[in-house]
Design a protein. Structure first.
Length: 189
């Protein structure tokens, strides 16, 4: 890998997040866009990191061995690293993502996955703080409605927009799937 190669990091694209118990979500195209990104990176023979949340909470649908722990269809396939984690950030998983990226000479990452405002955002913030050039593919993420302490519900679409606004220009460049794929050839749309 050369430093110019952008590593795709796909965070928690797991079946459990499709369960209606999580509540209303935004972006029904997220999983399809994740698969499009994976296909583009694999076709370009660029590095792919898959991240899986292996919950240690009793009864979690994300626990190893549960059907919800599995990746969505189209995600499994060639990849350069599989990181498993128990917390929000892929940088606190096993094996050590930062060490792997440094050993590979990587300076740029593209992040997508589930959920926008939790594990994807946390991973992007840490990547930015660690000095990586970060692209955050908003339309290849999704999130769920969130409730404030007073019970007010913020719709998922607003949660995603707020997460993107918080990331863009500070920790990452927020892009679309089309822009990320175009960026592989240096012709970002």
């Amino acid at each position: 890998m050369t430093a110019a190669q952008r590593v795709l990091i796909v965070v928690d694209p797991q079946k459990a997040f499709a369960d209606p118990a999580w509540g209303p979500r935004d972006n029904p195209d997220a999983e399809a866009n994740i698969v499009r990104l994976l296909e583009a990176w694999r076709a370009a023979d660029l590095p792919v990191v898959l991240v899986r949340h292996d919950s240690i909470q009793p009864g979690s649908p994300l626990a190893p061995g549960e059907p919800g722990n599995a990746f969505h269809d189209g995600v499994e396939g060639p990849h350069d690293l599989l990181v498993t984690k128990h917390v929000n950030s892929a940088f606190y998983g096993e094996p050590d993502l930062h060490a792997w990226l440094q050993n590979a000479g990587a300076t740029a990452v593209t992040i997508c996955g589930i959920t926008t405002d939790h594990c994807c955002s946390t991973t992007a913030r840490m990547a930015g703080n660690l000095g990586y050039d970060v692209d955050f593919v908003l339309d290849a993420t999704h999130c769920h409605d969130r409730a404030l302490p007073d019970g007010t519900v913020i719709p998922a679409e607003q949660v995603a927009r707020a997460a993107a606004a918080s990331l863009h220009g500070e920790f990452a460049t927020v892009v679309t799937t089309e822009q990320a794929i175009a960026g592989l050839t240096g012709a970002r749309a």
